[in-house]
Design a protein around this ligand. Structure first.
Ligand code: FAD
Length: 484
């Protein structure tokens, strides 16, 4: 497995194709807009080689018979799902934020592992063999893999082929024996600047008219024809400040747009090419592990929020007992999403390809909790911390270190500890609650309303009514006329 240094060197060797504020980023490992997300992802490599974390972050691959990154593994059992949740919680504990340049890729490759197996059985294709060969190579090279469920989607009430502009969803524009050419875009993908490769799969179930949109493949991030635009962030200016209150141990997360301008993908990297009738299943295969494991992510960040809020209480001269109820609520929120994720994993089932698929019902309920509870945890952290942790309320590090008035600022920031320490805690809480530390709780992994559709479809209301009827001794058949 690679060291953090080898990982960063691999990024430096890539063709620069990432822009921000109109500027081409020539080295993602040092540019202020991307170095934090790279540092956060580099911590995965460091921790993977640490015996303390090895069982969580690595596993033995049946393809290589060696230990590989769990982010490049096939989830084969409930234990693997639990380790997946623990891994995500651990990485939030270590970096304070999302190392999202890995998890969507990890889930996409698992989703397509099962989908390609099913397609090959039904249509005598060889997608699964291609995916196996690609994955073996990816594990051997120990790459960082981002994932994109493609969009941009356009008018949400229309399918890809019904859009006025056919490019509004990523699609195949040319096909030959050697491979395919694709055009379109992906908006909002995590951590691309930290990735070596991207795994692309459909973002929705498609019908026959949308055949050209049923496509999945893996490509190097710097492939010809692909341009990446980093999104701006409200906390950009603070992120760009280096200083004692902004150590690089705190990772960084970036979101980017991918512009595919007739990108050629060689055939051995194509895992779906027109089989629209398997797209719904592929997306469902993605949703289940992703929406279960995201409970580990937000719990991991919540852990840091509990710690930082309690620290600020002490820094202000107050025992954390003053805030016992709030802190307890924060812990309950964390364990709710983590516990739901574990339950979804345990109550899953094995797909014939060997992939373990968590319970759709519980994973999707977890997605709704993930889109709700962390916001309360953030509110409580801010409430405990006081105004100093809200945005715009802490002078910049440059001012805190200014020879003319820096000492005065620190003097008046001091409470039950030095002003410098209080500034560090405030900065961390600001980061966790309103800064770039905020993971995609609401829409990452799909919208909560989308999850509610799955919850509704997975629930047998007739059965639940039968339970009630039996207990109330009702024999009468009660029906309502379906309205148009
Ligand atoms: C921080 C962050 C990180 C992300 N990282 C990744 C990543 O790494 N990889 C990746 O693939 N994606 C990523 N995404 C994208 C994410 O998957 C999408 O944001 C998500 O699927 C929701 O899609 P949308 O943003 O286009 O919202 P929309 O689809 O526009 O939804 C907006 C609202 O409209 C509702 N809605 C949409 N369509 C309909 C309809 N037809 N009928 C009724 N209601 C509808 C939705 O339920 C939602 O409430 C990320 C998003 C965020 C915010």
């Amino acid at each position: 497995m690679r060291t953090a240094q080898q990982y960063k060197e691999s990024l430096r060797r890539m063709r620069p194709n990432i822009y921000k504020f109109g500027e081409l980023i020539t080295d993602v490992t040092t540019h202020p807009a991307t170095k934090r997300t790279v540092e956060g992802h580099a911590q995965i490599f460091e921790a993977s080689l640490d015996p303390k974390y090895q069982d969580i972050l690595t596993t033995t691959s049946p393809l290589t018979n060696t230990r590989v990154s769990r982010y490049l593994s096939i989830i084969q059992s409930p234990q693997d799902m639990i380790a997946n949740l623990q891994m995500k919680r651990l990485m939030f504990n270590l970096t304070g934020t999302c190392t999202g340049g890995r998890c969507a890729g990890f889930n996409a490759l698992n989703a397509m592992w099962a989908a390609t197996y099913d397609i090959d059985h039904a249509k005598k294709t060889d997608y699964h063999q291609r995916l196996r060969a690609w994955l073996k190579d990816a594990q051997t090279q120990d790459i960082t893999l981002s994932g994109a469920l493609t969009d941009a989607k356009g008018d949400r009430s229309k399918s890809p082929s019904q859009q006025a502009d056919p490019d509004l969803s990523l699609h195949i524009v040319k096909e030959s024996e050697k491979g395919i050419v694709v055009r379109g875009a992906k908006v909002m993908i995590c951590g691309v600047a930290a990735a070596n490769e991207l795994f692309i799969m459909p973002g929705s179930g498609y019908k026959e008219l949308d055949k050209a949109y049923a496509v999945s493949f893996a490509i190097p991030r710097d492939i010809d024809g692909l341009t990446v635009i980093e999104a701006r962030h409200p906390s950009d200016t603070r992120e760009l400040e280096d200083g004692f209150d902004n150590p690089v141990t705190i990772g960084g997360i970036t979101q980017a747009y991918l512009l595919f301008d007739d990108v050629f993908v060689p055939r051995d990297r194509v895992f779906l090419c027109g089989e629209y009738d398997f797209t719904t299943q592929a997306v469902m295969n993605f949703i289940a592990p992703y929406r279960a494991a995201i409970g580990g992510c937000v719990a991991g960040q919540g852990d840091v929020m509990v710690g930082a809020a309690a620290l600020m209480a002490r820094a202000n001269g107050l025992s954390e007992k003053v805030f016992r109820e709030k802190l307890t609520q924060m812990v309950m929120n964390n364990e709710t999403t983590f516990g739901m994720g574990v339950a979804a994993g345990v109550l899953g089932s094995a797909h014939p390809s060997g992939v373990w698929i968590p319970s759709q019902l519980i994973s999707n309920i977890n997605k709704v909790h993930v889109a709700t509870l962390p916001y309360e945890t953030k509110r409580l952290a801010q409430e405990i911390a006081g105004g100093i942790a809200e945005t715009g309320c802490l002078p910049s590090c440059k001012d805190l270190d200014d020879p003319k008035y820096g000492d005065l600022l620190k003097k008046y920031l001091a409470a039950n500890c030095s002003g410098e320490t209080r500034a560090k805690i405030a900065r961390l809480i600001e980061w966790l609650t309103i800064g770039s530390g905020v993971p995609g709780c609401m829409h990452g992994g799909g919208s909560p309303d989308g999850a509610k559709l799955v919850i509704n479809a997975s629930t047998d209301f007739e059965h639940l009514m039968d339970l009630a009827k039996r207990l109330a001794d009702i024999k009468e058949n009660i029906r309502v006329e379906q309205k148009k």
